[in-house]
Write a protein that binds this ligand. Sequence first.
Ligand code: FMN
Length: 356
Amino acid sequence: MADSPQPINLFEFEDAAREVLPKAEYDYIAGGATDEISVDRNRRAYASWAFRPRVLRDVSKLDLSTTVLGSKVALPVLIAPCGGHKRAHPDGELATYRAAASCGTAMAVSANANTSFEDLAKAADGMLWVQLYPFRDKAMTQDWLDRAQANGYKAIIVTLDSQWPPKRERNIRNRYQRTRGANYPVGGEHPDAPRPAGSGAGSDPAATWKDLEWIKAATRLPVVAKGIMTGEDVELCAQVGADGVIVSNHGGRHLDNTLATVEVLSEAVAAAKGKMEVYLDGGIRRGADVVKAIALGAKAVFIGRPLFWGLAVGGEQGVVRVLNLLREEIEITMAKCGRPTIASIDASAIVRVPPL
Ligand SMILES: Cc1cc2nc3c(=O)[nH]c(=O)nc-3n(C[C@H](O)[C@H](O)[C@H](O)COP(=O)(O)O)c2cc1C
């Protein structure tokens, strides 16, 4: 990074990361399922909304802080659960967590993290959530829930869109091999491979809403369902007592040909009826995207791939820079829309773009 100019936005971060990452790692991170239609749509759909700028509304002091499940964060951008941060930097999750903590935001730790839940909890004084799947192995699930609670984690994310493995053609071409996460029992099965009947540690293809209900009953921590793309599934989440949902298509990495997450956000918010917090991830690359998602009812958003671009380019400081770039862009957008606080960003801040 020393002799090349600092990236000034998240796209330039991706370009710089592509220069330093092995091709197969870059492809694993950047890629998606089959034709990558959903990867592309997640990104482009933000252009379907435009801002309605407002003037003379005293924007001399901007407050980007908000709460997630009752805990304060300094900005409405959280770190999505993503496996294997060491693929982008040797400090891996430790660097990402320190960056998130120093920027005052939360990090969700993936089921496939390269670092143990315990080591991460000791690395900084920030906010951690943990992500798991509806595992067939209930004893391991209970163990993870207990470890999360004992180590001060604040919430559980259950990823529900990964019960069947996707077809990712870049990885097939590159013969890409994933490493297993540090938190699984040694000798256990691969986390998200489909498996025949029998016991195992993977995301269970036979899981149903009863399994989410089971997880909710097995922990005192709030439970957030991730990978929700329809109002019907939001309603079912509410019925089993989930505390939040993440509108997500896994960054287009599982089922291709879905709508963009931002396109289904309103449907999800309407179905939540104010009973659960609704978050969004997928394609967030600009502060403007964050403000649009909040205007459409998201409580906060998560970023996935950009954390790897930050790590690859500059380790902890690279992730700090990624978060700060988003913060600066959110500030500009809020100021120019006359919205000095996150709570003041409502549906009237945006309008659906009519066809030209
Ligand atoms: C390299 C990589 C690994 C990921 N691993 C996980 C994971 O282990 N669990 C999970 O729930 N989501 C995982 N995701 C999905 C993210 O949590 C998130 O849904 C997605 O990246 C958001 O889209 P974005 O990358 O466009 O920001 C992963 C994403 C990437 C890019």
